[in-house]
Design a protein around this ligand. Sequence first.
Ligand code: ZN
Length: 156
Amino acid sequence: MLIGHGWDLHQHSDSKTLILGGVSFEEYGFEGHSDGDILLHALCDALLGATGKKDLGHYFPSDASTPKDIPSTKILSEILLVIEYEKFTLINVDITIITQKFNVQEKEKKIKENLSKQLGIPLEKINIKGKSSDDYGIIGDQKASLAIVSLLLDNA
Ligand SMILES: [Zn+2]
């Protein structure tokens, strides 16, 4: 068994559309060189961590070598190839989104469905929780939001 952990924080944007867990929502999202999908970036780092690879920035640096506005679903597909995902069984994924900018609960179902498809695992293996920062700091001020992902891979 291999445990993986990843997190990602992006600044909120007043122009870019919210993309979270590979799903597009009709509200403002995040600044970033890519689409700013904090959930998928944290997930990629958790997968890379569990399999002993380098961090996401090594494979997709935030500069001209990574295509501008690249969809993070494409980044995740590439990372699944990097870690040779087909050799593992993903036991479960536990996701926490810390935000005071948008409602996590009302997005949870769509995101789970998309992740279930992209990762090839049943819906019930994916958990998504929303949290606030108690009105404190950059998250409480709605300037940024944070995603934290833990997962377990079986390499048997
Ligand atoms: Zn990111």
